[in-house]
Design a protein around this ligand. Structure first.
Ligand code: UDP
Ligand code: GLC
Length: 389
């Protein structure tokens, strides 16, 4: 099967890390189009995947929270859709991996008479998106041949937005477990090199963004003077002011000697194994939450905010712990419980690891995806993109 994959960003955020795993088995005869250049391109090239960058004019970025879609953006969208349609003629179908890519792909699919599979990684509600974005997503959903969602929570929000879920399939993220299995369990040297001693070290992983709630973590640490904190990740989509706010908060709360901000890193398994506990702190519903599964694969106790994907990944008290999103005292309480009950925490971490290894394997995900994609491929001759199935 020859697939034209389309993604708007070339940054290494969760959706794009998921794409890397999806593309690899289909790489022969397939191609990825990105609407910007960035580190994702190098990762694709490393896996011998063909990549093309098509840069839209800047107007595409104007489709933002709360705004109407400006005329210049519509012109830019149509021009981009024509370029993608031209490419799509050489492929069996289009696989769109982000919201803007989805919109452009359904337009391109109609121009080139090709089916479109849209992988939705976002919870489409007003906590995350503005009116124009939700309107565009509704149109994309209506015109997609098949829709993949990264969690039941993502599916529910889509159903509320569109009133239907007939051609929607759940595909959880899957993980290459080798780096987590192979990395030595103790990372004492790394811990020392980072300037931490033997006191409990809690790590928060992920891009810096207000809804990811790293500030909640800082407020929790301020209440736990015997605990150290590691924050790994960088702002990716224009949240530089939030990154500066976090730096300021560290000073204001007097945490300079206990918290380190490491920026974006590519040695996540090592860093997770350097920590004693992995915390997830999102304050808005997390669509899936790759970092939660990665924490479980690392064999560390994981605490996550109780909403969206984490509810589907963690069985509370059994494979991890859930707490009320945004509640720094609740976070303090679950962290204290883990620190004070090390034997129970170890058992929980072991169960979490086993569960993550069983539930999120690349093999299972590829098999399921292949079945869905085969259906789409077989429909190509009988169904035009846009007709629901
Ligand atoms: N990640 C990374 N380096 C960093 C911080 C995060 O490679 O410095 C990875 C992390 O391991 C995870 C992904 O980025 O695989 C974040 O995915 P998640 O689903 O947790 O959140 P998203 O950013 O997609 O909303
Ligand atoms: C998005 C979501 C995140 C999810 C990732 C991969 O970036 O915000 O929760 O894990 O996509 O599906």
């Amino acid at each position: 099967m020859n697939i034209l994959f389309v993604d708007q960003t070339a940054k290494l955020s969760g959706g794009e890390l998921a794409l890397l795993d999806i593309v690899t088995p289909y790489k022969d005869g397939s191609k990825v189009i990105l609407f910007e250049d960035g580190p994702l391109r190098a990762e694709l090239v490393k896996r011998q995947v063909k990549v093309e960058i098509i840069i839209p004019n800047g107007a595409l970025n104007n489709i933002r929270r709360g705004s109407r879609i400006p005329m210049a953006s519509i012109t830019s969208l149509v021009r981009l859709a024509r370029s993608v349609a031209q490419e799509a003629k050489n492929f069996d179908f289009i696989f769109a991996n982000s919201q803007k890519a989805g919109l452009i792909s359904v337009l391109a699919g109609q121009l080139a008479s090709k089916p479109v599979v849209w992988y939705l990684h976002d919870i489409l509600n007003s906590e995350h998106f503005g009116k124009a974005q939700l309107l565009a997503a509704r149109y994309t959903a209506r015109k997609s041949t098949q829709i993949l969602v990264n969690s039941k929570s993502t599916k529910e929000a889509l159903q509320i937005l569109t009133g239907r879920n007939d051609n929607t399939h759940l595909i959880y993220n899957a993980f290459n477990t080798k780096p987590f299995v192979q990395t030595a369990n103790s990372q004492e040297n790394q811990r020392e090199a980072l300037g931490f001693d033997s006191r409990p070290l809690v790590g928060v992983f992920g891009r810096l963004s207000p809804w990811k709630g790293q500030d909640v973590f800082l407020r929790t640490l301020a209440m736990m003077p015997a605990v150290h904190g590691l924050i790994v990740g960088s702002p990716m989509f224009g949240e530089d002011a939030y990154a500066q706010h976090l730096e300021q908060e560290i000073k204001t709360l007097g945490l300079e000697n206990r918290v380190k901000l490491l920026g974006f890193r590519s040695d996540i398994p090592e860093l997770m194994k350097t920590c004693d506990i992995i915390a997830h702190t999102s304050i808005a519903p997390e669509p899936f939450g790759r970092v939660i599964v990665e924490g479980m694969l690392s064999g560390r106790p994981v605490v996550a905010s109780k909403s969206g994907g984490p509810n589907e990944i963690i069985e509370n008290g059994v494979t991890g712990m859930l707490y009320t999103p945004g509640d720094s005292q609740a976070l303090q309480s679950v962290l204290s419980e883990i620190i004070n009950e090390p034997e129970q925490a170890l058992l929980m971490a072991q169960r979490g690891r086993e569960t993550a290894l069983n539930r999120f394997s690349l093999d299972n995900m590829h098999k399921r995806l292949d079945d869905i994609i085969t259906v789409c491929f077989n429909q190509q001759k009988t169904t035009l993109c846009g007709e629901s199935v």
